[in-house]
Design a protein around this ligand. Structure first.
Ligand code: GDP
Ligand code: MG
Length: 159
C-alpha cells in the first residue's frame, strides 16, 4: 500500500551536515519526496508534535533538543513508507540500532548516557510511528499547497 510519512532531520543531523547523506538513502530506496522545508520550531509547536511525551521525565531535554536549531521536515511517499522509513531509521537508542540503519551508522547515544547527562537521546531523525500518526503529523507540519504530486521515473519499478 502506498503511504505518506513524515520525517524530521533533527538539529544534530542539520548541524552535522548529514541531511544529504540521510535523504540519499530514502531516495535510493525508492521513496519519493512530496514536500520539504526547513523549520525552527518553538516550544509550543514542540509540545504539539511530541504530545505523547510531554508528561514524561525526559520531555524537558527533548524539548531543548528539538528546539535547539532548525530541522529539515520532509514528507516521503512509497510502498509501506511508514514501516520502511522506521526500519531504515533504526532503533530509538543508537546503542541498540543496527549498523546499516541511519541511527546505527551515524549516532552513538544510549539511554543511560543521555539520562545521566540530562539531555535527550541525539538520534538524528524523527519518523512517524504509524499510519495514523503520519496522517496527523503531515497535517501539523505541511499545508496542502506545500505537498506536491508528480510521477517519478523510477516509480514503475518500485510499486
Ligand atoms: P522515536 O519514535 O524512535 O523517535 O522515539 P520516541 O517517540 O519514543 O521518543 C522521541 C524522542 O525522545 C527520541 O527520538 C529521543 O530523541 C528522545 N527520547 C526517547 N526516550 C528517551 C529517554 O528515555 N531518555 C532520553 N534522554 N531521551 C529519550
Ligand atoms: Mg516516536
Amino acid at each position: 500500500m502506498t503511504q505518506k510519512t513524515l520525517i524530521l532531520l533533527k538539529p544534530d543531523a542539520v548541524e552535522r551536515g548529514l541531511c544529504g547523506e540521510i535523504l540519499h538513502r530514502f531516495e535510493r530506496a525508492g521513496l519519493k519526496i512530496m514536500g520539504m522545508k526547513m523549520v525552527w520550531i518553538d516550544k509550543v509547536f514542540a509540545a504539539k508534535h511530541y504530545d505523547a511525551h510531554v508528561k514524561k521525565d525526559f520531555y524537558k531535554s527533548l524539548e531543548e533538543y528539538i528546539t535547539s536549531g532548525p530541522v529539515l521536515a520532509i514528507v516521503l511517499e512509497g510502498v509501506s513508507a511508514v514501516t520502511i522509513v522506521r526500519k531504515m531509521g533504526g532503533d530509538t537508542e543508537p546503542k541498540k540500532s543496527l549498523p546499516g540503519t541511519i541511527r546505527g551508522d551515524f549516532a552513538v547515544h544510549s539511554y543511560d548516557y543521555a539520562d545521566n547527562k540530562g539531555i535527550s537521546i541525539k538520534n538524528l531523525i524523527h519518523a512517524s510511528g504509524t499510519a495514523k500518526e503520519a496522517e496527523a503529523e503531515i497535517k501539523m507540519w505541511f499545508s496542502d499547497e506545500e505537498l506536491h504530486s508528480y510521477e517519478a521515473v523510477h516509480e514503475k519499478h518500485t510499486r
